[in-house]
Design a protein around this ligand. Structure first.
Ligand SMILES: CC(C)(COP(=O)(O)OP(=O)(O)OC[C@H]1O[C@@H](n2cnc3c(N)ncnc32)[C@H](O)[C@@H]1OP(=O)(O)O)[C@@H](O)C(=O)NCCC(=O)NCCS
Length: 187
């Protein structure tokens, strides 16, 4: 089956969040949240160097809308149910529909961090991947030094499988070791 024919959820609801597929026009709020969070994002996320602008964020959103429609990459924006604020981003990336396998990524605006919102989103997204998309495997990959990210993976029930040494370059150009966490369907 061509990936574009796959049915995927456009909206996932949790206790405190709505995970929604990206929409044209989201760029301004994404940009504002990223600019407030540069200190926390810079060591791990290459897309904040140089810092995003409203235009570059909207361009990225529109590319994400197109990729979502084609089922090449499924980005979700997190919105607070309490006040409608843009909270951060997550998504199912590096998709292999033949397995099917996905990799979950995430970031949160600094002013809403440390409340368990990311773990809540990751749990719901993994559940949707297994129950609605038929996932056999869902991965989370992170720099070994990114302890906050590793704790999200563990809280969401992912098991550490491997450490790949010198697997990638960190945003500062240094070689990084990468931890692979995974959940599989037979779990
Ligand atoms: C990684 C990142 C997303 C983690 O965000 P976070 O806010 O710490 O994660 P959560 O929303 O799951 O919150 C968990 C923290 O809130 C605390 N918390 C407070 N209230 C909570 C609640 N009701 N439920 C669960 N946890 C709660 C937890 O104790 C935990 O703190 P700890 O990690 O110090 O033990 C964030 O640091 C970030 O955006 N980093 C930059 C981008 C990045 O590195 N992304 C990952 C790339 S692999």
């Amino acid at each position: 089956m061509d990936a574009i024919l796959r049915d995927v959820p456009e909206r996932i609801e949790t206790e405190r969040l709505i995970l929604a597929s990206p929409r044209v026009g989201d760029g301004e709020l994404v940009c504002e949240a990223a600019l407030e969070s540069l200190e926390e994002l810079r060591p791990w996320m290459p897309w904040v160097a140089p810092p995003p602008t409203r235009e570059s964020s909207e361009e990225s959103v529109r590319r994400a809308v197109a990729a979502f429609i084609e089922r090449r990459d499924l980005r979700y924006h997190l919105w607070s149910k309490e006040d409608g604020r843009f909270v951060g981003g997550t998504g199912l990336h590096r998709i292999d529909w033949d397995v099917p396998r996905f990799e979950i990524g995430y970031w949160i605006r600094s002013s809403l961090a440390r409340r368990g919102l990311v773990t809540e989103a990751v749990r719901a997204l993994a559940q949707a991947a297994f129950e609605q998309l038929g996932a056999a495997r869902v991965e989370i990959r992170c720099d070994t030094r990114n302890e906050r990210s590793g704790r999200v993976a563990e809280r969401a029930g992912f098991e550490m499988e491997a450490c790949l040494r010198s697997e990638a370059r960190a945003p500062d150009g240094a070689l990084r070791d990468t931890l692979i966490f995974a959940r599989v369907r037979r779990d």
